[in-house]
Ligand binder design. Structure first.
Ligand code: FES
Length: 172
């Protein structure tokens, strides 16, 4: 059976994408195969990155926010780089217009890191993505697998602070 999803081109010519495609094909290019597919990407490449997540989302016709949510929620997946907590700020057009750059900047300033980096203590990885597919909720971030919409910097910092407090309690 030919699926329209098979026409989506992988991010590169790397042969390992054939293994990923085979996994998706085995699951009929449905979202039911999302976790298995992400697992295959990780096994094949060692980590998940924005390009691979976008490719899987497009191939399985799944919202990118769901794919980011799953990949940041389950600890068996490691996005590059991987802190104990993850914050993915959407920098797509809708989020950009609604203030994502300032949101990102304030998180960077608060934690002393730039996008794509992890704090030295491994507490937080900060990443960015192109459109997460929830533009109606712009600006959007995915924090530890949970989507947070209509976010302002103050709320984002509060949510991140709450993660720190949870860790403090766990370590006490
Ligand atoms: S641009 Fe951010 S969710 Fe679409």
């Amino acid at each position: 059976m030919i699926s329209r999803n098979e026409k989506i081109e992988p991010p590169s010519d790397d042969k390992r994408w054939r293994i990923v495609q085979a996994t998706m094909q085995r699951n009929g290019f449905t979202r039911d195969g999302l976790i298995e597919t992400l697992h295959t990407v990780q096994q094949s490449f060692g980590f998940l990155d924005d390009d691979s997540l976008r490719y899987v989302a497009a191939s399985l016709n799944a919202p990118l926010s769901q794919v980011y949510g799953v990949s940041t929620f389950y600890h068996l997946f490691s996005l590059k780089p991987a802190g104990r907590n993850t914050c993915v700020v959407c920098m797509g057009t809708a989020c950009y217009i609604k203030g994502a750059p300032s949101l990102l900047e304030q998180i960077e300033n608060e934690y002393g890191l730039s996008r794509g980096e992890t704090t030295e203590d491994g507490h937080l990885s900060l990443m960015t993505a192109r459109c997460l597919g929830s533009c109606g909720l712009a600006p959007v971030a995915v924090i530890n697998g949970h989507i947070a919409g209509k976010l302002n910097a103050e709320e984002a910092l509060q949510r991140l602070q709450a993660l720190q407090e949870v860790e403090n309690v766990q370590q006490a």
